[in-house]
Design a protein around this ligand. Structure first.
Ligand SMILES: NC(=O)c1ccc[n+]([C@@H]2O[C@H](COP(=O)([O-])OP(=O)(O)OC[C@H]3O[C@@H](n4cnc5c(N)ncnc54)[C@H](O)[C@@H]3O)[C@@H](O)[C@H]2O)c1
Length: 461
């Protein structure tokens, strides 16, 4: 039998006729995506209106959903301090001048003027906007992490409950068809009783250098530890797929490589300063941003591509993105392992690794009657009873594209479900309410305590 005939699909499937390129669907790196299958077709009687706080990368992911589905979501206001970002966002969404603000606080000086607030500000600016939005009666789409502080996470949860509003946390992997399917298999008895899980998050070496050595999250104290900043998604889907509460966690991890003592002889403070090893360094800023034109979504580049070269060089001269990876003020772990004990004695081990050539989570699930192994492109399900295995494949037109989509199609599904939940005023439409999402954060805080104290920590929900 032809291999293709043996493949079952996850519903992410098949050819271009069904799933055309979208003008707006972009992943977190700003790269275009093929839309997988059609998600929730629910359209409200009138579009849900929203105000975006923070018109950066994530603000545009959700903004682009509104641009593609104007019958579902309309962006009616924006707060953004960087003028060019504010201008571009406002003109894309036809936002009147009166509804453009330099900072999030200004939005809440006005009486409520939309259904929802989209919080896509930096991590330390989630708490203030979310609390204010709830005070004024908005529903909230809240980027993760909920907050870098455990107390603030608990405060937001308490205020959400008091207010009765909807707060969706952007744990977008819960909406990715691949993980939805894996969860269904784990909870349906398809592999008997789940006994243990191994989960692996390969960050990819250049992504690590970009986000966690040079980029926004390079310093764990100024932002939050990488287990929360990067891996709250993973702790969240483990808990969600198992459907069991976590009880204890133990963690080890360190920053081994991106340190001053590893700077090669002849290297310079900035890659463009005549660094002797620039041509061979995999982390060279000139190579990543200027020659390979990767990860440019952090720069506000001119409309015309011909002018990009000079603009990129200027960013490399003036921002952290041009600095030597061995001379930053970074402290995020480049390897991090955790063991987690869930209810029912189920164990999970989770590793986050910087030094991999690719991204895309890998998961192995051990059950009493079977086994699942997957890498976000496909998963194989073994049944010990029948000695059969089935391959479920997440197919896109070009595999390369899926590799670039760190969220497996989750971003816009979350946006679609948020619209539906707000229109129906029914939080149960969402799988990532704040009630459901907070445990991953408590696991991350406990992991950090364990790493610092070399102890096994309880997860106190
Ligand atoms: N769900 C996910 O998978 C995912 C992926 C990446 C980032 N994130 C999270 O999304 C959030 C935004 O990340 P990003 O990558 O879009 O960052 P970004 O830097 O691209 O965007 C943040 C924007 O907020 C703006 N801002 C700063 N101060 C502000 C203020 N006082 N008022 C209004 N706007 C302000 C910034 O100028 C910037 O444009 C972060 O919390 C991040 O951790 C989530």
């Amino acid at each position: 039998m032809d291999r293709r005939e043996t493949l079952k699909t996850l519903g992410i499937v098949v050819g271009g006729t069904f799933f055309p390129w979208s003008a707006h669907a972009r992943n977190e790196h700003g790269e275009p995506l093929i839309l997988p299958d059609e998600f929730s077709s629910f359209a409200p009687a009138a579009p849900i209106t929203a105000i975006t706080l923070g018109a950066g990368n994530r603000g545009n992911v959700y903004g682009d959903f509104a641009a593609e589905y104007p019958d579902r979501l309309k962006i009616v206001g924006v707060a953004e301090p960087i003028p060019i970002r504010q201008e571009r966002y406002a003109s894309k969404h036809h936002i009147p001048d009166a509804n453009r603000f330099p900072t999030w606080e200004r939005v809440f000086e006005r009486p409520k003027f939309a259904d929802a607030i989209i919080v896509t500000t930096p991590d330390d600016l989630h708490y203030g906007p979310c609390m204010e939005a709830l005070r004024l009666g908005y529903d909230v789409l809240l980027e993760k992490p909920i907050s870098p502080s455990e107390r603030e996470c608990r405060d937001i949860l308490a205020r959400t409950r008091e207010s009765g509003r909807i707060v969706a946390v952007c744990h977008v992997l819960r909406y990715a068809p691949y993980f939805v399917k894996m969860r269904e298999l784990m909870q349906s008895g398809a592999i008997g009783e789940v006994v243990s899980v191994q989960h692996f998050e390969p960050i990819e070496a250049v992504h690590m250098a970009h986000s966690f050595v040079r980029g926004n999250w390079h310093n764990s104290t100024a932002t939050n530890p990488i287990i929360l900043a990067k891996s709250s998604h993973d702790l969240d889907i483990l808990r969600w797929m198992l459907g069991r509460e976590s009880r204890s966690i133990q963690a080890f991890g360190d920053l081994t490589w991106f340190r001053r003592e590893n700077a090669p002889p002849g290297s310079t403070a900035r890659c463009a300063d005549g660094c002797a090893v620039e041509a061979t360094c995999p982390y060279s800023a000139l190579r990543i941003y200027h020659r390979d034109r990767q990860r440019l979504y952090v720069f506000d580049l001119p409309e015309t591509k011909e002018r990009w070269g000079d603009a990129i060089l200027e960013y490399l001269r003036t921002t952290n993105y041009g600095r030597c990876v061995y001379r930053m003020e970074n402290d995020q772990c480049d390897h991090y392992v955790t063991n987690i004990l869930f209810d029912g004695g189920i164990t999970a081990s989770f590793s986050m690794e910087a030094f991999t050539p690719w991204g895309g989570r890998r998961t192995r699930v051990m059950g009493s009657m079977g086994y699942i192994e997957g890498d976000m492109r496909q998963m194989t399900v073994w049944d010990f009873r029948t000695k059969q295995s089935t391959v479920l494949e997440s197919k896109v037109l070009e595999q390369e594209q899926l590799a670039n989509d760190g969220h497996g199609g989750g971003d816009w599904r979350l946006a679609a479900n948020f619209v539906e939940a707000v229109a129906k005023q029914d939080a149960s439409v969402l799988s990532s309410t704040i009630d459901a999402s907070i445990e991953s954060h408590l696991m991350a805080f406990a992991a950090e305590r364990s790493r610092a104290r070399k102890t096994v920590e309880e997860v106190r929900v």
